[in-house]
Structure formats: structure tokens, C-alpha cells
Design a protein around this ligand. Structure first.
Ligand code: CA
Ligand code: CA
Length: 343
């Protein structure tokens, strides 16, 4: 578990105080937008819950023409497996919590030792239970610290913070740590997929692409991030699972809606020699430039925050590191299975 990113975000915010604003950043602010303005009560026809069989095979993993961490393209073979057709929902996670009494990391006070600095140097707010919530800034910005806020009281049932609306049962669960996802997987009889399994299932035999998916295919961000959210796809923020067209494997929202955490540790780029049921680097060789102190996991497919001007990660090959401890309002997961019961 790690809270390092929180301190990095805070440091970046503080450092920005003394900077001279660029002409772009000094532009007239738009009306303030609250995190909860991104909430949606829309419904969509419920997608199937039954895991989908993905037959084993080979594919070209990675992409060479967008971001350097996605290359090199290399052939990978993956054994057959099963995977959820949609992201794990709040309704599914609620059933797990009701059955087990499980308490997520974001609901627990933060151990000061996790920060690795003297306790009197840690702002009190960062020791309260909470999570990272996307909150649009009041002015244009290219600094991610300007739109991520650590919100005490934000957790899976209150995804926009304690004053925002409750989690919708049909929407993907967010604000989980890796150990929370693992606990759910153990209870549900599944496991977190590897990056290669996830990308193989997501690409479904299609060629890599660069352009933003249309509004029928994925929940991403239309407009100039982080200020102008045109929501041409119908959603400013997270959507219920299954609102967009499935891929050729019958899987929904593999691209967009929420990022999906995999079991691989993260480091930029792929090792082409790790090409048969790859599991990624060891924990000791993991490295995430955005969170260098801890071993991040790979997350895949981008989210509703991905826009052409900022984050062209609405693609199966897209990957970033995910802090194993700190949750976020645009990160979820789905399960894979080695076997599923007949019927
Ligand atoms: Ca959208
Ligand atoms: Ca997704």
C-alpha cells in the first residue's frame, strides 16, 4: 500500500503556487465544476454477467506509434481463460461486502509510516480515510495535480466524496486498492487478469488504432481536457457497465469507462522475451516514474477522462502504472478465471 502519490500531488500543487501563469492558464475561468457534476443516473440494458471464454492463441502485443511505454510490439501467446464481460460493478462489490463485512483500504485511517517522512510534516487531511477524486480545475491546466484531489470520506460507496451521491449499483466499482480487488477476486472465485490476457481479450483480433473511438464504442472524453467536457457519448463521467458496444469477444468497456487493473507489476515498455503467458516484471524490477517508491500494477484501456489533447489511452495497448494503495475515481477492474462452473 502506498500513499506516496498523494504527497507527490500535494508537493506539485504547492510548487505550482509560485509559478508565473502562462497566457493559456491565465485565461478567464469557467464556472466551477464539482466532482459530483460528473455523476450520472442514466441506465442501460444490463449486459450478461457470465464469464466469456477466450481461446488461447497468439497476438501482437503493444503499440509503437503513440506512447513509448507501450512498445515494442512483439508476438505473445496466451493460454485460454475466461473473463468477465464487464467491469466489476458496485452491485457486485456490495454483495461481497454484505457477505464478508470487508472494509476497504480507503475506509481506514492512514498509517503515517506509509509516507516515510516525519509525522509532523504530513498534512492532517492526508491521514484521514479517503481517496483520489477527479475534480475539474477552474482554469485550463496540464498539471495532473490540478485535477486530482485527495477527498476524505471518498470510497466505493461514496465515489464523489461524502457530500456527493451514492454509488450506482450498475456502475463500475472504483476507489479500491489492489488488496481490495484481490480480496473480491478470492471471494468470487476469480483472479485479476494478467496484462497480456487483458490486452489479448480487448484487442480481439483487431488491428491497433490511434484515433479516439466514436461515441457508440467507448466512454471517453470529447472536448479539450480538463475544462471542456462535451459528453457527446452521453456521459461526462463514469457510465453504467454495458452502455457501449461490446468488442468482437463480447466484452464491454474494455476501452474507456474506467481503467482496469491487472496483476502485472509496471515498468515502462515490454520485455519481448517475456512472450509466453507473460506475467510482467518481478516486484523488485517494477518501476513507475509517476510513483517511484512503490511497485505499481499495470492498468489498461483508459477511462472517461481520456481525451485526444491529453491522454490518448482509449486503446487496448494503453497502459499506465497504478498505485497499489491509493484508489481513484476512474480506476476499476474485472476478473479472469481459469475454470468456470458448467451451466
Ligand atoms: Ca464520456
Ligand atoms: Ca474499462
Amino acid at each position: 500500500m502506498s500513499r506516496t502519490l498523494v504527497l507527490i500531488l500535494l508537493a506539485a500543487s504547492l510548487a505550482a503556487c509560485g509559478e508565473v501563469e502562462s497566457a493559456e492558464e491565465a485565461a478567464t475561468p469557467l464556472s466551477p465544476t464539482l466532482a459530483s457534476d460528473f455523476a450520472s443516473e442514466a441506465t442501460c440494458p444490463a449486459p450478461p454477467d457470465a464469464p466469456v471464454r477466450i481461446e488461447g492463441g497468439s497476438f501482437m502485443m503493444g503499440q509503437d506509434n503513440i506512447y513509448p511505454e507501450e512498445g515494442p510490439v512483439h508476438e505473445v501467446s496466451v493460454d485460454g481463460f475466461w473473463i468477465d464481460p464487464h467491469e466489476v460493478t458496485n452491485g457486485q462489490f456490495a454483495a461481497f461486502v454484505a457477505a464478508t463485512g470487508y472494509v476497504t483500504l480507503a475506509e481506514k485511517p492512514v498509517d503515517p509510516a506509509l509516507y516515510g517522512v516525519p509525522e509532523d510534516q504530513i498534512p492532517e487531511v492526508l491521514l484521514q480515510p479517503g481517496s483520489a477524486v477527479f475534480t475539474p480545475p477552474s482554469q485550463p491546466s496540464t498539471r495532473f495535480a490540478d485535477w486530482w484531489q485527495y477527498v476524505p470520506g471518498a470510497y466505493w460507496k461514496k465515489p464523489y466524496g461524502p457530500t456527493g451521491p451514492d454509488a450506482e449499483a450498475s456502475q463500475p466499482v472504483v476507489h479500491l486498492s489492489y488488496e481490495d480487488m484481490q480480496a473480491y477476486a478470492d471471494w468470487a472465485g476469480g483472479r485479476i487478469p494478467t496484462e497480456a490476457e487483458w490486452e489479448y481479450a480487448a484487442s480481439a483480433g483487431a488491428a491497433p488504432y490511434s484515433e479516439q473511438p466514436d461515441g457508440e464504442s467507448a466512454n471517453s472524453w470529447q472536448g479539450v481536457f480538463p475544462m471542456v467536457n462535451e459528453a457527446e457519448d452521453g456521459f461526462k463521467g463514469v457510465a453504467p457497465v454495458g452502455c457501449f458496444a461490446p468488442n468482437a469477444n463480447g466484452l464491454y468497456d474494455m476501452v474507456g469507462n474506467v481503467w482496469e487493473v491487472t496483476s502485472d507489476f509496471y515498468r515502462p515498455g515490454h520485455d519481448p522475451a517475456d512472450n509466453t503467458n507473460p506475467r510482467g516484471p518481478s516486484e523488485n524490477s517494477a518501476y513507475d516514474p509517476l510513483n517511484p517508491t512503490y511497485a505499481s500494477r499495470v492498468m489498461k484501456g483508459g477511462s472517461y477522462l481520456c481525451a485526444p489533447n491529453y491522454c490518448q489511452r482509449y486503446r487496448p495497448a494503453a497502459r499506465q502504472g497504478r498505485d497499489p494503495g491509493l484508489g481513484a475515481s476512474n480506476v476499476g477492474f474485472r476478473l479472469a478465471y481459469d475454470d468456470v462452473p458448467e451451466g
